[in-house]
Design a binder for this molecule. Structure first.
Ligand code: MN
Ligand code: MN
Length: 318
């Protein structure tokens, strides 16, 4: 820990003032020589080119940055101080091409290749869920990763619109096909809602992905479910992907594909807190859609979930 990586305290400058980087951390672009000292990079992924329904997550990073100025340095329950445990910085945004899906995927992977080569653990603010695929292409370059995935949806469909393979409903199908994920070390939590069919769930069963649907989540409770998720991830390198639509839309209405009957904001935070002990090599918080979030409550929950994941990264085995 060095002083230059500490967030600006609200004791020094009120939290509504100043340029809103993630959690008031220093802005360290990949070109900055200080990148060599950064251990966790908070990154904006302002792209929703995979969205099949209501759009808007391209505006997520800017709103999450603003909401994240509410975050203080110390966890209220565990006392973890992640900015003292690890050098954290805001690496800025990946530059997408909003008019071209394939070009955007390539730009993302090129960016995260550099993040990986710099030895930085990425904590990404989406963006829609297709953003996770090019991130995994970089982070899982050497070996398949385990994954703990919070979502209302599996995002495991084969294709949309008569054969189009790259949408926010298909990233993990591609990731399994490309060998980026070890399906036996993947756990998907919170799946619910009306369905087109069971093609995604059948695929999960066929490759050994563990799906914990919402009815099982509510019956067993957060602690029991998360104990199983940690066991599935095991002690290998694991990615965490958190879709804000995992949370009930009463608490997180600002998203494109809400599904009722989900966890409340307390349970949502607790799930992220109970990632402690997982060997996290990267994480993201996706699908916050500011046009559907006029109160800002979804963005604030999203920023709070990012802080929970940052605390889990701070105590992760390395
Ligand atoms: Mn998703
Ligand atoms: Mn979803």
């Amino acid at each position: 820990m060095t002083d230059s990586f500490q967030p600006v305290s609200g004791f020094v400058l009120p939290r509504f003032a100043g340029i809103p980087t993630f959690m008031r951390l220093p802005h360290v672009p990949l070109e900055d020589p200080r990148i060599a000292q950064v251990q966790v990079g908070l990154i904006g992924a302002p792209w929703d080119g995979g969205t099949t329904n209501r759009p808007g997550p391209r505006h997520g990073p800017r709103h999450l940055r603003d909401a994240s100025t509410m975050i203080r340095a110390q966890h209220g329950i565990t006392g973890i101080r992640p900015f003292e445990a690890l050098n954290c910085a805001d690496l800025g945004d990946v530059a997408p091409n909003p008019a071209d899906v394939q070009d955007s995927l390539a730009r993302f992977t090129a960016f995260y290749d550099r993040v990986r080569d710099a030895g930085v653990i990425p904590l990404t603010a989406g963006g829609d869920h297709l953003c996770t695929l090019p991130i995994l292409r970089a982070m899982a370059k050497d070996r398949p990763l385990g994954m703990i995935h919070f979502d209302s949806h599996t995002d495991l469909f084969h294709s949309y619109f008569n054969g189009f393979l790259y949408t926010h409903g298909t990233p993990f199908r591609r990731a399994v096909e490309e060998g980026l994920l070890d399906p036996k070390r993947v756990c998907m939590i919170g799946i619910r809602g009306t369905a087109y069919d069971s093609e995604d769930r059948d695929f999960a069963d066929s490759v050994g992905i563990r799906v914990i649907p919402i009815e099982e989540f509510h019956k067993r409770g957060v602690e029991d479910v998360m104990a199983e998720a940690r066991a599935i991830a095991g002690d290998g390198d694991t990615y965490v992907s958190y879709d804000i639509d995992f949370v009930d839309p009463a608490f997180a209405p600002g998203t494109g594909t809400p599904e009722i009957g989900g966890p409340n904001s307390w349970q949502a935070l607790e799930c992220a807190r109970l990632l402690a002990g997982v060997r996290i090599v990267g994480a993201d918080l996706v699908e916050v859609s500011p046009p559907f979030d006029p109160s800002g409550a979804t963005a604030y929950l999203g920023a709070s979930l990012m802080f929970e994941m940052l605390c889990a990264i701070a105590v992760a085995p390395r």
